[in-house]
Design a protein around this ligand. Structure first.
Ligand code: NAI
Length: 269
């Protein structure tokens, strides 16, 4: 432990269960001395185990649907109150596609489902940033991070409309990152994470084959949820103050590899 986040305060969205990337991040942030409020959609609170995590990390839980501005306003106001000052870090770890859930092929997308998934997975990031910005709730040099996937740049057919949502999410990080950077020196980045066995990850068709393929294609192997938590900690720390408006690959090298002998061996069987 390095005490990298000592004295820092924040909000962590999206811890559903112990597999969630947000869950692992909350544990690591706690170990590094950061204090935070945990939040998730009211429905996820009933299904998940967030109170267990809250107890472990000395955090309070405030429910908020990340698509609802009133909920976000309430969350931001209460978080600043509870933590006793402005915030230094925020993790957006939220994703959901109704088309994926219902196994609807991309070419036959239902547009109500499409819009819902976009609102939850992409636009919610703008809403979170806007709620923080309007309330002037972030300290100077604060850090906001969202999670994304390489399907935003390259086609992974079974990722379906989530690919479009992730492209949109990454664009918001750049656009909002510009304005928040100018106004308050707040930085905004996305982390493009390896496939990870979580509830959201395993919702993607053929996930097991997919994660094995990524493992064979990555010189360092897939980045786990624990690895991701460590990376988030660095981005929340003061050691990365000039990193903003970036989409940062955290994938064991996958994004820069064309093919590997391991994959060829598999194909030659
Ligand atoms: P997860 O299923 O544990 O987390 C997703 C979270 O989104 C859940 O806690 C869920 O309750 C929350 N959520 C859904 N609708 C919401 C709403 N309306 N308001 C507030 N919260 C809501 O899965 P995971 O994998 O930890 O997902 C976290 C992020 O990481 C997502 O953005 C996901 O797309 C991204 N990611 C995941 C990868 C994977 O393979 N698991 C790979 C790359 C990125």
């Amino acid at each position: 432990m390095y005490n990298l986040l000592k004295g820092k305060r924040g909000i962590i969205f999206g811890a559903l269960d112990e597999n969630s990337i947000a869950w692992k991040t909350a544990e690591r942030v706690h170990e590094e001395g950061g204090q935070f409020v945990l939040t998730n959609a009211p429905i996820a609170m009933r299904m998940g185990k967030i109170n267990e995590l809250a107890e472990k990390t000395g955090a309070q839980v405030i429910p908020a649907d990340a698509t609802n501005m009133d909920d976000l306003q309430n969350l931001v106001t209460k978080a600043v109150e509870i933590l006793g000052g402005k915030l230094d870090f925020v993790l957006h770890s939220i994703g959901m596609s109704v088309n994926v859930r219902k196994n609807i092929p991309y070419t036959e997308s239902n547009y109500d489902f499409y819009a819902k998934g976009w609102d939850v997975s992409a636009l919610s990031f703008h809403k979170v940033c806007q709620a923080l910005h309007k309330n002037d709730a972030m300290n100077e040099w604060g850090s906001i991070v969202a999670l994304t996937y390489i399907a935003a740049q390259r086609t992974f057919p079974d990722y379906n409309d989530m690919a479009d949502n992730k492209a949109y999410l990454e664009s918001i990080a750049r656009s909002f990152g510009y304005f928040y950077g100018k106004d308050k020196h707040v930085r905004i980045n996305t982390i493009s994470q390896s496939p990870t066995p979580t509830t959201a990850g395993q919702g993607v068709k053929g996930f097991d084959g997919f994660i094995t393929y990524a493992e064979l294609m990555s010189p360092l192997g897939n980045a786990t949820a624990d690895d991701c938590a460590n990376y988030v900690v660095t981005l929340f720390s003061d050691l990365t103050r000039k990193v903003t408006m970036q989409n940062l690959y955290h994938d064991g090298g996958f994004s820069n590899v064309g093919v590997t002998p391991e994959v060829i061996a598999h194909m030659s069987k």
